[in-house]
Design a protein around this ligand. Sequence first.
Ligand code: ADP
Ligand code: MG
Length: 693
Amino acid sequence: MPENTSVRYLKGVGPKRSEAFAELGIHTLEDLLYYFPRRYVDRTNFCRLSDLKEGQSYTVKAKILTSRQHRSWRRRGFSITEAIVFDEMAKLTCVWFNQPYIVDSLKPGSSLILYGKAEKYGGRMQFSNPEFEVDSEETEELLNMGRIVPIYSLVQGFSQRSMRQLVRNLLDEFLPKVNDCLPVDLLKRHNLLSLAQSLLNIHFPESLALQKQAYQRLSFEEFFIFQLPLVLRKLKKNNLQGLSHNTEGKIAQDFIISLPFQLTPAQLKVIAEIKADMQIPQPMHRLLQGDVGSGKTVVALIASLMAIQGGTQVVFMAPTEILARQHYNKILSQFAGLKYKGKPINAALLIGGVKEKEKLIKGINDASISLVVGTHALLSESVKFACLGLVIIDEQHKFGVSQRAVLPRKGANPDVLIMTATPIPRTLAITLYGDLDISVINQLPAGRKPVKTICFTHNQKDQAYKLAKEQLLKGRQAFVIYPVIEESYALDIAGAKKMFSQLRDEQFRGFRLGLIHGKLNSLEQKEVMQKFERKELDMLISTTILEVGIDIPNATCMIIESAERFGLSQLHQLRGRIGRGESESICLLISDAKTEESKMRLSAMAQFQDGFRISEEDLKIRGPGEFFGSRQHGLTELKIGNPLAQMQLLKSARDEAISLLRFDPGLKNSQFTLLKMKLKTRFPEYEQLMLIG
Ligand code: ADP
Ligand code: MG
């Protein structure tokens, strides 16, 4: 069985190579079968030697005229192997450096297929270190030439040639024995190649068309296996017994009436969706997507009140203390006039260094606290709820999957609302978050003006500062964001700390500046934020600690230094801290972007305001693995499938997963045995999932 046989079993793989394999994440024969080429080169067409043009790469077929080996007289121990090859029309010189052993394969008169880059050397055409293969009658199959050739990502200790040979040997031995985990009728329905054919053609494509089909099939398999647990979780949810909340109560109504603004139609639609979920006894598992500033918090607060008015508790988790505190303060002021059973709603803040933690935990435990806002500190085992009715997780992308799973377990199937300000296209969201229902706020509150975004080079910094000053003189406030706290000479980034004193004493003399970063303790952070909120500071110098959630409408200007150091979604998040009030905001990006990628990011920022559009760009630039990061399960395990480029395929895989699990949720039918085994190894928790509900 390839999945539990070590690569050591392969001929030609000793301790050294198996170590190199381990570096590539290849431990078993199956890992190697599924280690796909990074790209291919088409070496099916041979070029005549007389047609070679300088600077281009070619595959040629030629006979050896002479070959010799000599040591370099300039550098000791340095060897040069040289061969002159010819075809009907011309000659070509080939040289190899420090590969003395190859001279044995370069027998005059024998035929070679070579792949190399044509260079002019001493007036003659030459290949340096070309790849080659002896084209003898006995060679059964050419692996490296005269075909579409795979190129693998490799580490020291391997050449492409030896890798190809190892894979070829493995395929020869195992292809006749591989079992396909996809049911036959499914393959037929989607016109997919068999597993054996796919593995063969992904490594050694007979044609580009077959390579493409192999790619389709293997991607489909990945997507399908990735969807099964998500779909199963979703189907199982309907059998779970949760809470039926009293969503029609007066408190939520009073709150909505008390708001100083009209809810947008998009907010109302989402509130209706949440309400419907909360009314029915099946637990809600809903993802709320909305651009920065679209007003997700107020929706979460309305949901909270729907839970509280029925007598259950609510927990609201945010990724930073600053954000948790902001939510908490908002709740204190906005819930001030509301009463539950004649008493004010009792809300609490639970963060790392909080005072009287014991008392808080007791209040959560005996239900005297109805709503608790906090950070990861909430995940602690000591935090136990009397009757948890609703779990809200803000900025979900900042948490790992396992962290997100902890809070719901503190209640008996409570409703769960997960919020994200990094929205992705709907089809993609449905498939990636396949176990959740999805709501979208696709509209910003009225009166928001787009944030004018301008890029400056370091030399033009003073222009940016001048624009910022104009804002401050109008009584507005500004943020300056730096990528790091301490100055890093290596990366040539001005650190927030040093720049703080410089800006205070020079460029922004006479203004009130504050500094905040992650190395300040909880209390210090709180004090700085409070000063800024009370407008006792004009400008806040900060690291990315302000990335998420902060809501200060009077701040209308943001300067981002070394902007090329930030990811696109991160820049958009940062920019989302301004443009929250009625007056026009400006975002000033200072950067000497050098790489193509960073230029693309900055120009996307200047061009687009819409978070959906931005994340699409970001996905394109970075690819889904990087975009979602290691925090998102499954995705980073996709070795071949690209959810963005293959959305349609992903959707069909999901549809198949749904119909399969509706038909046989336990995968009991014998034709699914292999599939079930595969799932068990990929998702150890899967079996448990099949047992519950
Ligand atoms: P985000 O979706 O980024 O979490 P917030 O919930 O922080 O956004 O909301 C941004 C700001 O918009 C807040 O100051 C909030 O009070 C305000 N807001 C929310 N909904 C509306 C609305 N319908 N009309 C006007 N302002 C709103
Ligand atoms: Mg928010």
